[in-house]
Write a protein of this length. Structure first.
Lengths: 363, 363
């Protein structure tokens, strides 16, 4: 049924669909539903503490024997300097004034922990079938320990150079994250967001460059995109935004409503919410401060100063200061439960692939 | 053989491949070769005078009875103010000094004429089977005259909103120009290049939005990309960069060499060469002045002040100040004659489509 079974065989899954790990936007419920349906559910761990990781992974294990993925960030934490913090606070001060908030009362940034020895020990304990990384890979000793658990290791590449780097370090598959993708870009060698390639260009070039299976990500939200990914040489897809429409997604009503109104040309890469470029729906803070603010302190510190503004705005129903993560194909989203969505995506893709060999398909 | 014949039937061509019109980079030889091979050859007219258009079209007609396309720009010419010119000259002055050139000796910008009544009369005379526009459409009276010749009318959309606008005005097919595409972006309603969607996201959303056939463009340079375009719902593709590798392309040796060394992450959208955003390989002037220079005067005036720098640099074999137009998939380019390339692309795509229905294809 699938033209390329390399990912299915590698991960021992039935459907070539990985639910993208989206920190803060989905947990065990989303991952369980996708894994139960035959795709690969992913538990994003970067914003969880160890107890939460353990609890969430336990819930998934309890509900399905199918493989699932635990996802970790591999950024090198950089502390913001006092000068950077001050510049950022100053940049945002007019919004604090407008909201009647005290900019001295800024809380720490949302927790985004880089993969470390403790998290590695937890992986050794939980033994997820798949571990995926974002922003590169952990240090070799930790990577070896993960590998020794038997887990298949995935990571994202936004360029051919990043894909080669990952393949040289032994990943089992490369996620080709195209420009279209929502949320944080996995870029770790590349620094220039203006030179990031789209999926159509990126996937075949990565397929040509590495031996391991390639997973297409970015702008894929229905069966057409999945079929196209296979046409480009991918062995599967990773889908994020489409899963934000499911009831299992843990996003705010404001975020959900914004996604329902989204169009193709209403997202940008912005660093205002965390300090690293990520794609989200354009809102007031992006328009007025970003999309790329020179003053934003390094990841993840930028988020701290926005938190009070976000909380105040959301109280009155506004997403003006919220990170409304979205890829470029949100308009293709459908309101389905995550298991049903997974099955529908696979079924639509399969049908689409069947139509491509000279049948009477007319769009 | 093709899963969707709408474009083939509409344009009465044999292969669903349109050679992108690339002003300055290809003329009658390229268009003829592609049309003879069964694709749609395109003659870019924006940088030609009427005598040249007539001569070039005559050469194509003489060599093939197959349909061909004449392409025109529909920008609204905006004269640069003296202040804009002065700011731009000042911005480039250090380069003039370095090259020992006199910045007061700037010649007019390369001629880029917007479609007008005289060009329309020429279309009425030559009667190309297809007329394509870039940057929107001409005024209704001129469009009606083009239509009255029997020509099929195409134009590019970079967003769903632009596609709807074109469809409402009666184009026969919409070219969905994704972010990956080389050369000038056709954007005419959109102004924000940071929000431009990639092909993977753009094509299915435009297919859903308009009734007419959709042609995918951007990052497509081999059979995989063509097959993927069909998977997304497109009825054909427009390919530019891959044709720059053919001997029929009229680009400089410097440009050709740069394309042969290109990688996926070495192009950006820049306005430094013309004043409008266009994708090209990153070179010195882009790095040091762009990619988007606030001082660049409106299209096409920005090119004037660069011309002497370009000429001087190229004399010593350097492309530091040349517009090295390229999409994001130049690395997939092959050195074939344009007719052979057209046939190879179609054959590869056809084979690829055949493999997508559960055959043993393993990439």
């Amino acid at each position: 049924m699938w033209p390329n079974r390399r990912l299915l065989d590698l991960l021992e899954i039935e459907l070539p669909i990985i639910q993208a790990p989206m920190a803060g936007a989905g947990g065990s419920a989303l991952a369980t539903a996708v894994s139960k349906a035959g795709g690969l559910g992913s538990l994003p761990c970067a914003m969880l503490d160890e107890a939460q990781m353990r609890a969430e992974a336990g819930i998934i294990r309890q509900q399905t024997a199918n493989p699932f993925n635990m996802n970790f960030f591999c950024h090198t934490p950089v502390a913001a300097t006092a000068a950077q913090q001050a510049a950022w606070t100053a940049r945002l001060a007019p919004f604090y004034d407008e909201a009647g908030l005290d900019s001295r009362a800024v809380a720490p940034a949302p927790h985004r922990r880089a993969f470390d020895a403790e998290m590695c020990a937890l992986v050794e304990d939980i033994k997820p079938e798949v571990v995926s990384f974002h922003f590169g890979l952990p240090e070799p000793a930790l990577l070896d320990r993960v590998r020794a658990t038997g887990a298949r290791v995935l990571s994202s590449a936004t360029t051919v150079a990043e894909a080669r780097w990952l393949a040289e370090r032994g990943v089992d598959a490369v996620i080709a994250q195209g420009y279209e993708a929502g949320g944080h870009r996995g870029m770790f060698l590349s620094r220039d967001i203006t030179a990031q390639p789209g999926v159509m260009a990126l996937v075949p070039q990565i397929v040509d460059a590495v031996e391991v299976p390639v997973i297409a990500a970015g702008g894929i939200a229905d069966g057409r995109g999945i079929a196209a990914a296979f046409a480009l040489g991918a062995a599967g897809v990773q889908i994020g935004t489409a899963y934000l429409f499911t009831p299992e997604a843990t996003i705010s009503d404001i975020h959900r409503a914004a996604l329902h109104g989204a169009a193709d040309d209403q997202t940008v890469l912005t660093n205002v919410f965390s300090g690293k470029p990520a794609r989200g729906l354009i809102n007031r803070v992006i328009r007025e401060v970003g999309p790329i603010a020179a003053e934003a302190p390094p990841f993840p510190a930028a988020g701290a100063a926005l938190a009070p503004l976000k909380a105040a705005a959301e109280k009155s129903g506004s997403g003006d200061f919220s990170s409304l993560w979205s890829g470029q194909a949100a308009a293709l989203g459908r309101d389905l439960e995550a298991g049903d969505l997974t099955r529908a995506l696979a079924s639509d893709a399969s049908q689409r692939l069947g139509l491509l060999t000279g049948g009477p398909a007319q769009d």
